[in-house]
Design a protein around this ligand. Structure first.
Ligand SMILES: *Cc1c(COP(=O)(O)O)cnc(C)c1O
Length: 381
């Protein structure tokens, strides 16, 4: 079990996010080592998973780029010191100011999700006498074995351009004066643990590439998105995801043409396991039906359990007494403000610290002020 630096937690107001620097650096080192063997593979960290400046600076130092899905994320990436040339930008609803920001900064490429968007990017680029580099985000109609709210690559999802329209989009791009077509982009979903799903995507990309090749269309860059999952049930046993298996899956299945570069957009797998939400028990309440541990952190601080039925491993890091059974719940006025039901925890008392593990991704960044609460702070240490 992780030894939390509880002495350093003294005096910090709860709830807060604790980011374990050792785990982050071990994760970054593992990815670096995998990519060192494959010079044509590039990682763009999906900044939406965690945009904490201290965390971003470590990722930037490791040499990776950024995948942004909004203008605000592009700004945050630039602030953290990422080069514009290492930023890719996706999103179904890019606003004009966001496109202009990308053009002014000189980002690597826009991952374009519709023909309507392509024409607007061309218009805005023309006004600035710039050329926008674009990849088309293609909806590959590949499912992923994950929660329905986090699949993105099915025909029913709002993301991307239909496969039937791929050639149409590429032809149009070639006719537009201020657009340079540089590749194809895909992203099938998140928290994916079955490598077969990524293999299915690679095979779809192969088919599409064959189709384009037969029409004499060349593609410089293939971006396969992100989605690699983490072991929510075993943060101590598997603090670093199996990046080798992940990259090997693409190496074995994705057929590359000469000189082609492959881009990955991992978010959760990079930052998920380093984080815990540290929260304090306010009350232990017995209702005759159940025993509740009521903590000071809630769904406003960590929304994944309420939003995706996610479960974060729960630990009482203050007590070593015999275990009892608790529902661990937050203070927010919503019945879905529950972190765990029937959790076996060392006997709980008012004041004990509870750690909600694997909360580094889609935690702090999704926090909100519902119930007029303060936003949680985060500490990388
Ligand atoms: C969210 C997202 C990612 C990252 O997903 P993870 O599951 O965190 O790896 C990558 N690419 C795009 C386009 C995304 O929207």
């Amino acid at each position: 079990m992780t030894n939390f630096p509880t002495d350093k937690f003294q005096g910090i107001e709860t709830p807060f996010y604790y980011y374990d620097k050792k785990v982050l650096l071990a994760t970054l080192d593992t990815i670096k080592a995998e990519l060192a063997e494959r010079p044509n593979y590039h990682l763009h960290y999906a900044i939406k998973a965690n945009a904490n400046l201290e965390v971003l600076k470590e990722i930037q130092k490791a040499g990776f780029g950024v995948d942004a899905v909004s203008g605000g994320e592009i700004q945050q990436a630039l602030k953290a010191g990422f080069e514009a040339q290492k930023i890719v930008y996706a999103g179904v609803g890019k606003n004009d100011w966001e496109i202009n920001l990308g053009l002014d900064a000189g980002i690597f490429c826009f991952n374009v999700e519709s023909l309507e968007e392509l024409r607007i990017i061309n218009e805005l680029a023309e006004k600035k006498q710039k050329t926008a580099k674009v990849c088309f985000r293609i909806n590959p109609n590949v499912g992923a074995h994950t929660h329905a709210n986090i699949t993105t690559g099915l025909m029913e999802n709002k993301f991307g351009i239909a496969m039937e329209d791929m050639e149409l989009a590429i032809r149009e791009a070639k006719e537009l004066s201020n657009i340079e077509f540089i590749g194809l982009h895909f992203h099938i979903g998140s928290q994916i643990l079955e490598m077969d799903d990524f293999a299915a995507l690679a095979n779809r990309v192969n088919e599409l590439q064959d189709r384009l090749e037969s029409q004499g269309i060349k593609v410089k860059n293939i971006n396969v998105g992100g989605g690699l999952g983490i072991a929510y049930n075993d943060p101590d046993g598997k603090p670093v995801p199996d990046f080798k298996k992940y990259f090997d899956t693409y190496a074995q299945n994705l057929k590359l043409r000469e000189g082609q570069q492959v881009h990955f957009e991992l978010g959760r797998a990079v930052v998920g396991q380093m984080g815990s939400l540290i929260t304090r028990i306010l009350y232990v309440k017995n209702t005759h039906h159940k025993q509740f541990a009521i903590v000071d952190g809630g769904m406003s601080d960590l929304i994944r359990p309420a939003l995706y039925d996610a479960h974060h491993k729960i630990q009482n890091i203050s007590s070593m007494e015999a275990e009892e059974t608790y529902d661990v719940v937050g203070p927010i006025c919503e019945s879905s403000d529950v972190f765990g039901k029937n959790e076996k925890l060392p006997k709980c008392h008012r004041g004990d610290l509870i750690a909600l593990r694997s909360a580094g991704a889609y935690g702090e960044i999704m926090a909100c002020q519902y119930n007029c609460r303060k936003l949680p702070k985060a500490y990388l240490m």
